[in-house]
Design a protein around this ligand. Structure first.
Ligand code: UD1
Ligand code: CA
Length: 470
């Protein structure tokens, strides 16, 4: 810790997350709606944690256990019994902070693009201004529904007026309240006690604390931001889409700067936490979601969809869907493969065109090149599963396992009725329905013998001629 940090007053952060999010038209709490695969609240918590606060309190509604589940260790929960507005929410948030002496930063859980640097700059501004409160503001070309900052003749913040309570002249103001503040705890508490609900919504507004503080003779400072993106609040699904696009671009930019080629960022979707190695090429129309990792010098796409997938180095995944699977280095997947959970392709293996694999391991350098279904199977090394093979793993009641050894060559259109084992170096004949084990080195044949009916074509032609003459 440096000296500036050791000298700063203790800092608590209160994050407001109890709102119903009415404008989202959703049964899910607003702050749990996802931005790049992660609840928006988690980004705000990250930003808060990055300034090393002494306490973090997240305010939720009484019925929002789902929010509690995503809180990191060390974050406390405060319950706002009734949604009576942002001021009431802060009252609930400072409840567990009785006896805490220091600064209280208040962040809104629906402003997810804010980052640690931004929050640190706000905090620093507050410390420098030595104010009772510091609020973040920004000038917007189209300030929409945001609360407006009313300044006095000397240009000092006088109060915040909500859009719905504002006069037409006040609505002309383009400086808005972002919803990120720092208060001195001993100034905030009495102001919270004096909030009243004499406004259009009949709520207790935190924003009223500003003029109450000024009336009480305190100084209120502003932290004037120019970064519109950081300040974007999410109140509707339209705004959610805009915020997602901004976050997605941030994540793509980070990947590109780390040495990943993104062919078409406009159509590439990456979730928070996805990792990609250098010199990998991500082609157009690709989704890398959940806890997906792609190694170095690989190629993914065009049109691939990966969720919770691990892909190694020098692998290719062309126009395929992958879920909860491991694709080792040097593997080839697709085009048009569907790799389902608990599948492992060992190094150099292949899952080719129109191939579905589930809960199976395909050994080193083994290939499933065309039109096959492999489920609940273990395939050894250097084996080749020919076109159109099916592991018939389901008898209508239970799933059964298939074992295929090393250096096996199955014939095209083999149906392997599990449970069954095909030994090392064995073959199966094309079109076989294998119901019994095939020993090591053997050829399994299980199909009708072919018989040829001589002279058939001639007899067929003369019969047709006769029919036409009749
Ligand atoms: C609020 C501000 C507005 C500002 C805007 C910035 C107030 C009165 N208005 O308006 O000046 O321009 O944010 O984005 O503060 N919440 C609770 N309990 C409640 C109500 C809200 O926890 O009873 C939480 C919500 O979950 C949300 C945050 O507080 O995270 C803000 O509430 P919201 O209703 O979205 O306020 P805005 O109308 O956007
Ligand atoms: Ca809001």
């Amino acid at each position: 810790m440096n000296t500036a940090e050791t000298k700063r007053p203790p800092l608590a952060v209160v994050i407001l997350a109890a709102g119903l999010g009415t404008r989202m038209k959703s049964d899910v709490p607003k702050v749990l709606h996802e931005v790049c695969g992660r609840p928006m609240l988690s980004y705000v918590i990250d930003a808060a944690l990055s300034v090393s606060p002494d306490r973090v309190v997240v305010v939720t509604g009484p019925d929002q256990e789902a929010i509690v589940e995503i809180l990191p260790v060390g974050c406390e929960r405060a319950v706002q019994q009734q949604r009576r507005g942002t001021g009431d929410a802060v009252r609930a948030g400072v409840e567990p902070l009785q006896g805490f002496e220091g600064d209280i930063m208040v962040l809104y859980g629906d402003v997810p693009l804010v980052d640690g640097d931004f929050v640190a700059a706000l905090h620093q501004r507050h410390l420098d201004a030595d104010a009772a409160a510091t609020l973040t503001t920004i000038d917007l070309d189209d300030p929409e529904h945001y609360g407006r900052i009313v300044r006095d003749d000397d240009g000092r913040v006088a109060r915040i007026v909500e859009y719905r309570d504002a006069t037409p002249e006040e609505r002309e103001i383009d400086e808005i309240n972002v919803g990120l503040y720092v208060f001195r705890g001993d100034a905030l508490r009495p102001a919270l006690g004096r909030l009243e609900s004499d406004n259009d919504q009949g709520e207790l507004y935190l924003t009223d604390a500003v003029h109450l503080l000024i009336d009480a003779g305190h100084t209120v400072a502003s932290f004037e931001s120019v970064d519109e993106e950081m300040c974007m609040g999410v109140n509707s699904r339209v705004e959610l889409a805009v915020v997602n696009a901004a976050m997605r671009w941030r994540l793509l930019e980070r990947l590109m700067l780390a040495g990943v080629t993104v062919e078409d960022p406009e159509t590439t979707y990456v979730d928070y936490g996805v990792e990609v190695g250098r010199d990998t090429l991500i082609r157009a129309g690709t989704h890398l979601l959940g806890r997906t990792t792609v190694g170095a010098a690989s190629e993914v796409g065009p049109g691939s969809f990966l969720r919770d997938a691990f892909v190694g180095d020098r692998a290719r995944v062309i126009s395929s869907h992958l879920y909860e699977c491991v694709i080792s280095s040097g593997c080839n997947v697709g085009p048009f493969a569907y790799i389902r959970p608990n599948t492992v392709l060992a190094e150099g293996a292949k899952a080719g065109t129109f191939v579905e694999i589930k809960n199976s391991r395909i050994g080193e350098r083994s290939k499933v090149p065309h039109l096959s279904y492999v489920g609940d199977a273990i395939v050894g090394v250097d084996s080749n599963i020919a076109a159109g093979n099916i592991t018939a793993n389901y008898d209508g009641y239970d799933k059964h396992a298939t074992q295929i050894g090393d250096r096996v060559r199955t014939g095209s259109d083999t149906t392997i009725v599990a449970p069954v084992t095909i030994g090392d170096d064995a073959f199966t004949a094309a079109g076989s329905v294998i119901t019994r084990d095939v020993p090591e080195g053997a050829l399994g044949v299980a199909r009708e013998q072919q018989k040829n009916i001589e002279g058939y074509a001639g007899r067929r032609a003369s019969r047709r001629l006769r029919e036409q003459q009749d």
